[in-house]
Write a protein that binds this ligand. Structure first.
Ligand code: MN
Length: 250
């Protein structure tokens, strides 16, 4: 591999926490996907003490919010915990929220995956379904079983959108590892892809000069071979490179 040039954008990736083992962790697929798309991945520990994330974020050209086995604390969007709410990791919630505030203020490109997209929506004042099977009628299976790489359901993508361009069409198949989903959309966000049951599967930001993309599935899982997954990471890293150079959005 060629030596990284300073033109390659630095992408901060939030990690996960295992409270029982007091350990941070993250699948290798996230940093690999960023590296292979031309970025320099930097894993960010979940330290929420004042000043830490502000300082780290000065190094960053883009923010990638990873998925998380836990759920966003419903307190963050004004709801009591539903009986089917999963594990809540306050350090992760707080880290993502602080990074999102910084990214919004600096117009840092944001790519938010699964839980990350849900947190993006909550950060912008939106709400979540805390448990799709018990809260949404006729919902399909979004917590797939068996191989976690399998493409479990289809999505319909808005015509003439960036996402349709990256997918090479208005339909695609995606994996699905979530029991929560966006309910009310937050401000300055627009849904651009849906499952057949109406569940929102992707959002984009609507503010000029700020690249924001959220997907409810896990493109990093198949980014080693799948062209659509690779296109998502490549586009995000390209936007981060433009931000690094002070250029406007394409
Ligand atoms: Mn899904």
């Amino acid at each position: 591999m060629p030596a990284p040039s300073t033109k390659r954008p630095i992408i901060g990736i939030t990690v996960r926490i295992d409270p029982d083992k007091d350990t941070y962790h993250l699948r290798t697929t996230y940093p690999r996907a960023i590296l292979h798309a031309g970025g320099i991945p930097l894993l960010i520990p979940l330290l929420t003490e004042p000043g830490y994330l502000d300082t780290i974020a000065q190094l960053l050209d883009g923010v990638l919010l990873s998925g998380n086995p836990g759920d966003v604390d419903p307190f963050r969007y004004g709801q009591a915990p539903h009986v089917a709410l999963g594990a809540v990791h306050p350090e992760r919630d707080e880290t993502d929220l602080q990074l999102l505030r910084i990214a919004d203020a600096r117009r840092l490109p944001i790519f938010a995956i699964c839980y990350g997209m849900q947190m993006l929506n909550v950060h912008r004042g939106g709400t979540l379904f805390q448990d799709l099977p018990s809260q949404v009628e006729n919902v399909m299976q979004h917590q797939q079983r068996g191989s976690f790489r399998r493409l479990a359901h289809g999505i319909q993508i808005e015509q003439n959108s960036l996402l349709a361009n990256l997918a090479g069409g208005v339909t695609a198949r995606v994996n699905s590892h979530h029991h929560q989903a966006i309910d009310e959309l937050g401000r300055d966000l627009r849904a651009v892809a849906w499952a057949a049951d109406g569940v929102i599967e992707a959002v984009v930001g609507t503010q000029p000069n700020h690249f924001v993309l959220g997907v409810q599935w896990h493109p990093e899982i198949n980014a080693d071979h799948d062209p659509f997954s690779q296109a998502l990471f490549k586009h995000f890293v390209a936007e981060a490179a433009r931000h690094r150079q002070g250029l406007p959005l394409e």
